[in-house]
Design a protein around this ligand. Structure first.
Ligand code: ADE
Length: 231
């Protein structure tokens, strides 16, 4: 999978992409991530990429640099109303988008190519939303300063699901939200820390009993924390 990210803050991505699972996934060649500075595609002498909103209001990201960045990345012109191939998805991060869920993330596992646009929150020309992207995604009902963190959240959720990235794929698939159920609680050594004890059933060695207990606990936690998931 190749992921291209268009941003005006390329440096924000480095620390996140160069650690832990995301770093290893790139080293193993399971994903290639390219960061593009939107200003490199501006023809303005001062490398501006925004302009005042028609009709009054604040500054708005212009179509031209975004179009040029996408054209260079995908090596093809983009025509109004014409969708690209389905294995390539172009995603815009905005609080107006559809909310990201674990189910939605899995739909992108089949893609070979993703182009992520991370604008600043101030706004983006509506023509970009209407004609240049396949999806508008929000990571939740709150407003961030821009799409950089949402793009990183998206990459983190997606890349760990790519086969071969996490060695224990079975446990990844058991996690919270995979079955509209939160994960069961986990415990580790010591069995008793100053009187704080691990549930006895987990020390019993009875695998059937442990399985049943975990199912019960997952349901109990979901009922308490996220009853909406059970509806
Ligand atoms: N940009 C600003 N806030 C956002 C959000 N919640 N999701 C995606 N992009 C955003």
């Amino acid at each position: 999978m190749i992921i291209d990210i268009i941003t005006i803050f390329p440096k924000m991505f480095k620390p996140v992409l160069e650690e832990s699972i995301l770093k290893r996934a790139q080293e193993k060649g399971l994903v290639k991530i390219n960061i593009h500075n939107l200003r490199d595609y501006s023809d303005d002498p001062n490398k501006r990429i925004d302009a005042p909103s028609y009709g009054g209001g604040g500054m708005v990201f212009q179509i031209e640099p975004i179009y040029k960045a996408m054209e260079a990345i995908l090596e093809a012109p983009i025509e109004p109303g014409r969708k690209g191939p389905s294995h390539t998805q172009r995603i815009l991060f905005t609080p107006k988008g559809r909310t990201l869920t674990q189910k939605k993330i899995k739909d992108f596992l089949d893609c070979q190519r993703l182009v992520l646009i991370a604008p600043r929150y101030e706004g983006i020309d509506q023509i970009v939303s209407d004609y240049l992207v396949d999806e508008e995604i929000s990571i939740g009902d709150y407003v961030l300063g821009g799409g950089e963190l949402p793009a990183m959240v998206f990459c983190d959720c997606l890349i760990r699901l790519i086969p071969g990235v996490v060695s224990d794929r079975e446990s990844v698939m058991q996690e919270s939200f995979q079955k509209r159920m939160l994960d069961y609680p986990h415990y580790t050594r010591p069995e008793d820390f100053r009187g704080f004890k691990v549930p006895e059933v987990l020390l019993s060695g009875d695998h059937q009993k442990i399985k049943e207990w975990r199912q019960q606990e997952a349901r109990r936690v979901t009922e308490r924390m996220r009853p909406d998931l059970l509806k």
